[in-house]
Design a protein. Structure first.
Length: 166
């Protein structure tokens, strides 16, 4: 498997057959300017870990596009005030999988590592997605939507945002 991964990463984008590499092509369609080798490496990890953790690869790829546009170093930060009414900036979601502090804590995820180690980040996201699907089984085929929120109104918006990348 490692030899195959190296071969696929080293190929040229013009030689990629979308029938053989649908996740790579989905990534390039969603973000055409993404680096070819980065996209192939990302697609390989998505394929490996979505299969390992039994989450649908195309859906997981669409979620990653919505969450971070495939950016390993993505942060969702907000400005606010502390108790002394001094301005502060706080980040609430990190990495390609945009994991929150609470979720990272619950799944024992290293927040620094998810921003630098693609394989670790993609597997961590697949584990979270699988668990959220189990947790929200009552939503049926839309159980994946709990990756973002358990609140019904937010799930509806999130679903439409993710489907545009599917």
């Amino acid at each position: 498997m490692k030899l195959l991964l190296f071969f696929l990463i080293s190929t040229n984008s013009w030689a990629i057959n979308c029938k053989d590499h649908p996740i790579y092509c989905q990534i390039k369609k969603n973000k055409p300017e993404i680096d070819t080798k980065y996209a192939m490496k990302l697609s390989n990890y998505i394929s490996i870990y979505s299969h390992k953790h039994k989450v649908e690869a195309r859906l997981y790829t669409a979620i990653l596009a919505q969450e971070s546009q495939y950016n390993m170093e993505a942060k969702n930060c907000v400005d606010g005030l502390n108790d002394a009414l001094e301005p502060i900036r706080a980040c609430v979601d990190w990495g390609v999988i945009q994991v929150s502090y609470k979720t990272a804590e619950a799944f024992k995820i290293d927040l620094r590592r998810i921003m630098t180690d693609m394989e670790y980040a993609i597997e961590s996201g697949a584990i979270i997605l699988k668990n959220k699907i189990k947790e929200c089984f009552y939503l049926g085929k839309d159980a994946w939507n709990c990756y973002h929120s358990k609140t019904e109104s937010y799930r509806g918006i999130y679903k439409s945002l993710v489907w545009r990348y599917y």
